[in-house]
Write a protein that binds this ligand. Structure first.
Ligand code: SF4
Ligand code: SF4
Length: 75
């Protein structure tokens, strides 16, 4: 998915875990990855997100655990 579209559709900003440190959201997409400021997992809205569905992704907590690819192959 186009990165800009992903960021527009991303639900992270509504999420209880989200901390706004002016970084780009859509943490699930390639080249984004973990947040630099979100540390505590307090619920995740990714399972209801249109980006997740469209991309066929299956993880959660991309902000703290990394992109879909990172979570498929932990480093
Ligand atoms: S799946 Fe999660 S990280 Fe990815 S765009 Fe949706 S809400 Fe944001
Ligand atoms: S990746 Fe999940 S837990 Fe993190 S801010 Fe987005 S919806 Fe919330």
């Amino acid at each position: 998915m186009d990165r800009r579209k992903g960021i527009e559709r991303c639900l992270c900003r509504e999420c209880p875990t989200f901390v706004d440190c002016k970084e780009e959201v859509a943490y699930c997409l390639g080249n984004t990855g973990k947040s630099t400021c979100i540390m505590e997992e307090q619920g995740c809205l990714c399972p209801g997100c249109p980006v997740l569905e469209e991309e066929g992704f299956s993880y959660v907590y991309y902000c703290t655990r990394g992109t879909e690819t990172d979570q498929l192959a932990p480093r």
